[in-house]
Write a protein that binds this ligand. Sequence first.
Ligand code: 8YV
Length: 328
Amino acid sequence: MSKPKVLVARAIFPETIERLAQHFEVESNQADEAWSKAGLIERLQGKAGVFTTGSERIDAELLDACPDLKICANMAVGYNNFDTDAMTARGVLGTNAPDVLTETTADFGFALLMATARRIAESEHFLRAGRWQKWAYDMFSGSDIHGSTLGIIGMGRIGQGIARRGAHGFGMKVIYHNRSRLDAALEAECKASYVGKEELLKTADHVVLVVPYTPASHHTIGAAEIALMKPTATLINIARGGIVDDAALALALKERRIAAAGLDVFEGEPKVHPDLLTVPNVVLTPHIASATVPTRKAMADLAVDNLVGYLVKGQPLTPVNPAVLAKN
Ligand code: 8YV
């Protein structure tokens, strides 16, 4: 019997391709060419599955043009690149890659928080530029992490990981806001107290964003929300581009209405709002929160497991629209 065909949309570990090849006829993109939507659609003809990374938009137009497609396996926990309604309506399963990146991403959130609050990137640029002539008592004074108030918006697995690091490792007071409140045991474990969004913005010394992107979470932080924050506060976005109004943030940073920001994700990335590139009080990283070799391998493995699980064994591991399974 011939093997089902799958497409890997972006360059990936060679061992990921090898694993897929044990079960499927694989077309890959190891040259990491930038495919247009039409190019992606063309390559998806006859394919039962696609391995996506979060950059490929799977929408009604694409699905209608690819009638053989049964599953889109994202190598990412976020899946805002999927139009899940359109997928469900056409019986196409989507899967994501949760859990395997939680601790790595929480580590990075904390690293970005510390780099931002303690002005590590800004002072390093100063040093590299040969501008360090003498020590001064007020050189690059930042804000403390230990003992401060950490406000987390989005208290899923990654948010909880950040809360644990802050509360247990740095003695921070942790407050959070989320669509739903955690159960008491989980709140106690994270040493986190539930507050309204406005209270969080007004009282936190450091605000970390970890909410998934949906139309409802678009611009969770805009000019009005920034205006509520302390002038000494820092804002960290490791969630998704579009959760923050980047233009409003760039202006606020320029006018020092908050102290600093750390951003790993951007509206319209890989483009970055030009004003963010010129303000000194922001740390900018290119969407690398999950980027350690073991974690990226685990994410790729989970995407493969989902493709094999669904197309070969009939049972995916981490479906995002399980209604498709019920229909089958
Ligand atoms: C990915 C991410 O690296 O998992 C997510 O949702 O944002 C990152 O970990 C990125 O989406 C590429 O797949």
